[in-house]
Every structure is written in C-alpha cells, then in structure tokens.
Ligand binder design. Sequence first.
Ligand code: MCA
Ligand code: AMP
Length: 516
Amino acid sequence: MSPDPNHLFDGLLKNVNLEHAFAQLDDGRWYTYNHVMEVSGRFANMLVQLGLQPGDRVAAQIPKSIEALMLYLGTVRAGGVFLPLNNAYTAGEVEYFLDNATPRVFVCDPARQPEFEALAQRLGVRLETMGVWKDHQTSAGTMLDAGTVSSPDFTNVERGPDDLAAILYTSGTTGRSKGAMLTHDNLLSNAIVLKDLWAFTEEDVLLHALPIFHTHGLFVATNTIMAAGGQMIFLPGFKIDRVIECLPGATAMMGVPTFYTRLLDDERFTRDLTAHMRLFVSGSAPLLAETHIEFEDRTGHRILERYGMTETNMNTSNPYDADRRAGTVGFPLPGVSLRVSDPETGDTLERDKIGVIEVKGPNVFAGYWQMPEKTSEEFRDDGFFITGDLGKVDMDGYVHIVGRAKDLIISGGYNIYPKEIELLLDEQEGVLESAVIGVTHPDFGEGVVGVVVPANGQAVSEAAILSAISDKIARFKQPKKIYVVDELPRNTMGKVQKNILRDTYGNTFMSEEVQT
Ligand code: MCA
Ligand code: AMP
C-alpha cells in the first residue's frame, strides 16, 4: 500500500530522510528515522497481536522515553487511539480514565503494576508495562521485552482524516474530566502549519524537555519536528543543569513560562549560551510581558508566544518573521478563524472589545468522548468552539488573552480545575465547605490555595487536611497552602466571591506575610 497523505503517521513522515537523526537520548543512544519506522512498527505489530481493532484505545501512563513516543506512533499506525496519562495521577484518578475510555490495552510503569492489576482485571483491560530502556540484558517491562522479538515491518491500518488518533483528558469546571477526541487531520494539519510558520527544517535540533502526556510536548513539539524531518535532544524532563548543558547543541526550544523564568534565574543563561538558537517558543500559560522583555535583554532573542488548548491544538501564534509582541499571542494560524464574542449573547464583538474567544478550523477537535451534550454546549451553531478564555483582538490584529471565563488554575503549565479540589476538600472530616483559588507563584505562575470552613464546632487543621488528601489526587493539584476561616465571602446571590479571596491571599507565595 502506498503512503496515505491523510494518515497522521504517513503525513508526518512524508518528506523525511530515513537515514537522518531523529533524537539524541540522555543514555547516549541515537535514534534515526529508520529506528522510528522499525520500533513503531514493532509496537504496532504487538498491539494487533494483543487484539487491537481500529478505533480501540491504548492508554499509557509511563515514564518519558523515546519508546513511549514510539508507542504513540505504533498505536496510530495500528489504527488505534492513543490516550496518554499524566504520570502524577494516582490510581484513583487513573481508574476514572480507564473506566470512561474503556481502552483495549493499558500500559503502565512496571513499578506501579501492582496498583493496577485488580482494576485492569475488573475492567477487562489488558495490562502491559513499559519502563525506561537500559540495556539489552535488563527488563524494562513487557512491551519492551516483547518488542525486541516482534517484526518491525508493518503496513499502516487505513484511517480517514476524521478518524480518531488520540484522546486527551482535560478536567472540567464541574470537576469531571472530559476526553477530547482528536482526529488524524486535527493533529496532522496543525503540525504542518506550525512547521511552515515557525520555519522548521531538517537542519533543526529541538531541545525537548516537556512531558509527553500533553498536547504541548506530544504534538506541538514532536509532530512539528517530525513533519520537518529534524531532530531532537530528548531529555527526560526539565532539569536546569541538563538544559543549560544541552542548549548550545540545539537550534530551537519549546516550553512553558516556568522554563523561561527558571532559565532567567540562572546566571549561566547568557547571550553566548543561546548564540546559535534560532527560536524559543512559549505557551500553555501566560508569559508575563516582563519575562519576555528580560529574556530579550539577556539573550537578544524574542520569545515567540503562541496559544492553544487540548481541544483545539494551536490556535494563534506570534509571527516568526515580523514583530513578536510581548503580552500577546499573535495572529490566528492559517486556516483558523477566531472571533471574540459577548459571553452572554454570543454576538461577535468589534476589535479591542473584551469577550470570550471562539475558534473554528481543521485544528478543532471532534467533541468530548461519549459526552454529546457537553460537546454541543461548547460549540455555537455555526461550528465555533467556545474556548472559555477571555480576550480581545487589537487594532493590529494581535490576539490578547486577558483572563478566563472558566474557573481554572494553570500551575507550571498544568491545568487544575478548582471544582475537583473543592469536592475533595468538602469530603474531608470536619470540613463544611471550601473554595480553591490560584494566586501568583514565583516559579509556577499560579499556585493552588485552599480556603476551608470547619463544620460547626469541629477542629480542622491544614496539616490534617493535607495529609488526608495526599494520596487522593496528583501532587501538583494539591493545595500548597490551606487557610481555615469562619466563613467564605459571598455575594447577594450566595456565590463565593473568589476575587475577594484572591485579593486576601494573593501574597501567599510571594512573602511570608498574608493580608487578612
Ligand atoms: C511539579 N510540581 C508542581 C508542578 N510540577 N506543582 C504545581 N504545578 C506544577 N506544574 C510539584 C511536585 O508535585 C513536587 O511537589 C515538586 O513540585 C517537585 O516536583 P518535580 O517533578 O521535581 O518538579 P519539576 O521537575 O521542577 O517540574 C516543574 C515543571 C513541570 C518542569 C514546570 O511541572 C513541567 O514540565 N510542566 C510542563 C507542563 C506542560 O507540559 N503543560 C502543557 C499542557 P512536592 O515536592 O510537594 O512533592 S498542554 C496545554 O496546556 C495546551 C494545549 C498548550 O497550549 O500547550
Ligand atoms: P489545556 O486545557 O491544558 O489544553 O490548557 C489550555 C488553556 O491554557 C487555554 O484555554 C488557556 O487558558 C491556556 N493557555 C494556553 N496558551 C496560553 C498562552 N500563551 N497564554 C495564556 N494562556 C494560555
């Protein structure tokens, strides 16, 4: 069968030279695009042997590795739907995703296999394991062991542009996570647009320090570099010493704002160190204008800020060749329509007026997995997706994000929905009610703060609550500070006034003193 230009895998690798390097790994190994073909082919064969049918989900909660990336590609080649999960999720959180998405196969970290055995059996999910490859002698889980003996030759299962390639869960304002269904065309079209817009070529070396269970690290970074046939320095995560060591060998980097503020806090980060970089991209959370300016003063580079969502992939980007404006997320990408609407009436607003940002284009997802009502609530009748981000388009056409209509905290690039944490706090012994807010955090941009009201006469303490929830939700979602108060501020409608709480506790992470 000849390559299908609409198939995500074929489309990404269309113009790639298979002899060209794909990734330099931390363990000293080099991967070429030939390895990509071989190893993803082996995984595709294994998944088919495990009974994977087109459209079946393959869930994975595994450490970052090049093989984990090959599992994504192998799933797509086998006609499956890849469902990556944040490594920080507890077994309880994972249970919801497996129950909701009913994957055929769940691949977990070998170290956590005992936590999932009973669950997988109960749900009828095939449990496999994948750790980090060390050498040919040491086992790193069932997928890697079997992968060495399965055939590397695989003919991609036919898929149409609207077939699903991935489901990524995103939390909701109700506290329930929703699976965003992403098609082959959503992912492929976005990768090609970004490659062209950001001028990626096979000469590029992308410094990859992001996790690969979210859109940013999995799709924006790796799909774009593959579409260009370039290579990556593939790091297990963002550790400042290693990033500084690797920067001189790279030409481009993508990161969340925390990456850039951490680099600026390090005196080794200089103009010389970044002399042959051509591009720094930031997204997933707002980049402060002062970070943008300080970065340019220090390095001579202007960070290129772009804006996206799990549901929409990338929507806007500052220009590559023209003015990159601090505090803006640039223009809609080619093929993407963007408008700003009145949140109440849905009427389109004129330039410079603030409203909710809505987008439409080949990048926008196919809906929430098995939630047709939720899906239709978030789309206008003419097909525009309501992002929940508040913003405006200025007179020069640059898009600004000024806030969020949705109650959402973004901490170090991870989304945290207060409702989920509030429901958990409310369940704790002695707690009557709670409110969760995000306030300025010097490292993560925003940090989670919980404010709880004890039930009549009960004694509750920060330490007791934190200890009680410590194994219930991922660590990054847990409040970094809890205040116990007599009552929550409410408006005349009875709604908790989070703006007042944010004013009161806004300095929590900035100084020891809290205004009361
Ligand atoms: C780690 N911790 C955090 C976070 N990360 N707390 C709050 N927010 C975080 N983001 C906590 C841990 O629980 C731990 O707590 C302590 O910090 C140290 O953990 P460690 O893993 O060592 O931290 P780190 O390696 O320094 O990680 C920070 C990080 C990481 C590098 C900023 O969070 C990261 O890689 N973020 C990128 C997220 C991302 O890729 N987002 C893209 C989403 P304790 O010590 O108490 O146990 S995609 C998206 O948003 C859209 C589509 C878009 O536009 O891109
Ligand atoms: P997620 O649900 O993880 O896909 O996060 C998407 C959200 O991240 C968006 O709805 C925005 O609120 C936020 N976001 C992404 N990029 C930016 C950016 N450049 N500036 C401000 N917010 C951003």
